[in-house]
Design a protein around this ligand. Structure first.
Ligand code: GLA
Ligand code: ZN
Length: 696
């Protein structure tokens, strides 16, 4: 499904005309025309404007802004404006500010600053959303509602403590159940009254910092609670919008792999997913691809919006590098290649003052259009016009699923032992990157997803095993698929208590191994791992670091062995035949070549390595339109041109040229090719394909 009313990839971004005199607005729209900007996100931080005093709502300026955008023929993504509360609110109701992890009660300032449990915040944010929807709901220019902004952070105030206790009562029913789940017999922590329960903070269980807790159970539940509390804020506003706007889709802007909020628990409550792409550096295309795929997986593969990206630089980092020529275009197409139906910027015109005055914008302080940045934006605008509706509603025909789980992320990183050097995102990224380099489409999914359609399921560091997941993974192998999991998987149950059985717990039968011991070392300690392939040329030696689990096969075949230490010669990688398929286990922190080698063996068995694999820096993805049109995206992230040959006939949708199979194709550095493929040797890959080993 694509959004109703959208006829091409939406293009534009956050626009704050309330920061400018009205004579500038006219010039803005002239520039937007020149850049083919068709969508504006309005009012994201307008609370102080729309409600200047407790009983005063004033929509005069927002009316003019919305009228102008509508009259100029733009699509509007209209925000409720509750991402920052007004100063008068904090003064009148100090409860509205947050208390931080160290126990400091905040005074007025900043943004994303409201306590999610504050009754005043909940009442007034909901009321504002209600009034905005009432006022603007009938406007056909509004294509989406944008609630709040980048929900996140946490609060540790007394209101949150009380709400946490309510949340716990709901979850556990009794203190006995809670004490059992949190294992409170340890260190005499047994609770005998709900009011004894404190939010886990620097003052209570976390003397050594946010990731160091004495009680994983309470910390994990507080993370879950805080995510739910903010979801409650979103849902309140959404319900208020729905009173007068029954159909226009509602979203809020997510942040990709953002640890504090469990987006999987939020996703059912959004009508479509959207997110802000500010990658940690400018050299990690697989990292961004992973985040895009995670966002697409939130709504079962439904297209998402790229709600924000900078056209040039951010301002929030200590050092803010500039996007090189072609990079903004490349990353915009990467978003589309992974399922975006919108390419939006933060922001359209640069702020004159405050902390984002040096944040990049389509239009800078001088208001020029003869800048490189404006020109590149306008070029992307023109390309998206040319593309038209081709990608709208298109799906990714992935046969590989990668499981991503916030509970496992939290549990792993708040754990004392085996090692604080193991970071969930980095482990997941290594496996994702191996898939990315092999040129396969991947669905990044919650652990509750239906796995029936996938040939390969990769579950790195699946620390926590909940519900019937072990059985569902076993079923993938049973019917001929491959499941690949790693060290630190199958360790704990939903309450973060160890399974009373051999590691990897309920994954034992599928993986055909058990683990009695493990060794964690600093990054300077390397244990080489020899990986054994089919022929002698397939045998390689790679490095492993950080964690070394000692594997005792219980039927699994040994694929890789440690080369050093007292466990030299014992298994580091195994493969177990299970039903018609396999359960793989990687027991060591393999380096990237090691991870890639293992992933390749798994993919090869299912003939899934993509036709453009291994061209350095070249990313390849496929989307299949609702009418079966197959679109191939080729993206050269490298700094040098690449050459390859077309594996299928197609038409270059940006250049217009026809390309024959076997024809050489050349992509300039940062180049993009969007091909409408006519056929592919493997046949059309749709979600209903029969696969050769019957897994589809
Ligand atoms: C976030 C916010 C925006 C802006 C940008 C700057 O994504 O949503 O309001 O602050 O960062 O990068
Ligand atoms: Zn609070």
């Amino acid at each position: 499904m694509s959004l109703p009313g959208i006829s091409k990839v939406a293009f534009g971004g956050d626009y704050n005309p309330e920061q400018w005199p009205e004579d500038v607005w006219k010039e803005d729209y002239r520039l937007f025309d020149a850049a083919r900007i068709d969508t504006v996100t309005l009012g994201v931080f307008d609370w102080a404007l729309t409600q200047p005093a407790p009983d005063v709502y004033d929509f005069a300026l927002l009316d003019r802004i919305v009228e102008r955008a509508s009259a100029e023929g733009r699509q509007i993504c209209l925000a409720t404006g509750t991402g920052a509360h007004p100063a008068w609110l904090a003064r009148a109701h100090p409860e509205v500010t947050r208390t931080d992890f160290e126990g400091r009660k905040h005074r007025y300032g900043q943004r994303h600053n409201s306590c999610p449990s504050s009754p005043v915040f909940r009442r007034l944010s909901t009321e504002l959303a209600r009034r905005i929807a009432q006022r603007y709901a009938g406007n056909p220019a509004i294509v989406a509602w944008h609630v709040g902004n980048e929900y996140g952070g946490a609060c540790y105030c007394d209101l949150c403590a009380a709400a946490f206790r309510d949340w716990l009562r709901d979850r556990y029913g009794s203190l006995d159940a809670l004490n059992a789940a949190w294992y409170t017999t340890f260190w005499s922590h047994t609770f005998t009254n709900w009011d004894e329960i404190e939010p886990p903070s620097a003052l209570t269980e976390h003397w050594r910092g946010p990731n160091h807790t004495a009680f994983q159970g309470i910390t994990l539940d507080y993370l879950r609670f805080m995510s739910d509390a903010m979801l409650g804020n979103f849902r309140d506003e959404k319900a208020a919008i729905r009173e007068s706007s029954p159909d226009v889709p509602v979203t809020t802007n997510f942040m990709g792999m953002y640890r504090p909020i469990d987006y999987h628990r939020w996703a059912p409550h959004l009508d479509f997913a959207s997110w802000d792409n500010y990658p940690p550096d400018d050299n990690s295309p697989a990292w961004m691809a992973l985040a895009h795929d995670l966002m697409r997986g939130l709504k079962d593969g439904q297209p998402f919006w790229l709600m924000e990206q900078t056209p040039s630089y951010t301002a929030s980092r200590d050092v803010n590098p500039l996007k090189r020529p072609g990079v903004m275009r490349l990353w915009s197409w990467q978003a589309v290649a992974h399922g975006a139906d919108a390419v939006l910027f933060f922001q359209l015109r640069a702020s004159r003052g405050a902390c984002e005055k040096y944040h990049g914008a389509v239009v800078g302080h001088a208001g020029r259009q003869d800048t490189r940045i404006f020109r590149e934006v306008a070029e992307v605008g023109a390309e998206l016009d040319r593309l038209g509706p081709a990608t709208l509603g298109a799906r990714t025909p992935a046969r590989v699923a990668l499981l991503f789980d916030w509970d496992s992320w939290w549990a792993l990183e708040i754990s004392d032992g085996p090692s604080r050097l193991l970071r969930y995102q980095q482990i997941v990224h290594a496996y994702y990157r191996a898939l990315w380099e092999a040129g396969v489409d991947v669905d990044v999914l919650p652990v509750t997803a239906d796995l029936a359609g996938y040939q390969v399921v990769v579950a790195p560091a699946l620390h926590m095993l909940k519900g019937d997941l072990a059985q569902r993974l076993a079923a993938v192998a049973e019917r001929g698929g491959s499941v690949l999991t790693t060290f630190l998987s199958g360790r704990v149950d939903e309450d973060d208590n160890a399974f009373l059985m051999d590691v990897p717990g309920p994954l034992g039968p599928l993986t055909g191994i058990r683990i009695d011991e493990w060794d964690a070392r600093g990054p300077e300690v390397v244990n080489p791992v020899r990986l054994h392939g089919a022929g002698p040329e397939a045998e390689i030696e790679v490095e492993s670091r950080l964690l070394f689990e000692l594997v005792i096969p219980q039927g699994a075949e040994v694929v890789g062995t440690y080369q050093a230490d007292f466990y030299a010669g014992t298994p580091a990688v195994t493969r177990n035949s299970y039903g018609a398929g396999h359960g793989w286990y990687v027991a060591a922190g393999l380096d990237q070549p090691g991870v890639s080698w293992v992933v390749r063996r798994v993919l090869e068995r299912h003939d899934l390595v993509g036709p453009y694999a291994d061209v350095p820096g070249l990313e390849s993805t496929v989307r299949v339109g609702p009418d079966g049109t197959r679109l191939r995206f080729l993206l050269n992230h490298g700094t040098e041109p690449v050459e390859t040959t077309a594996h299928a006939a197609g038409t270059d949708l940006l250049g217009g040229e026809r390309i024959a199979p076997g024809q050489p194709i050349r992509l300039a550095a940062k180049g993009v090719l969007v091909l409408r493929e006519e056929s592919s040797p493997a046949g059309p890959a749709t979600n209903s394909d029969e696969d050769r080993d019957g897994t589809r």
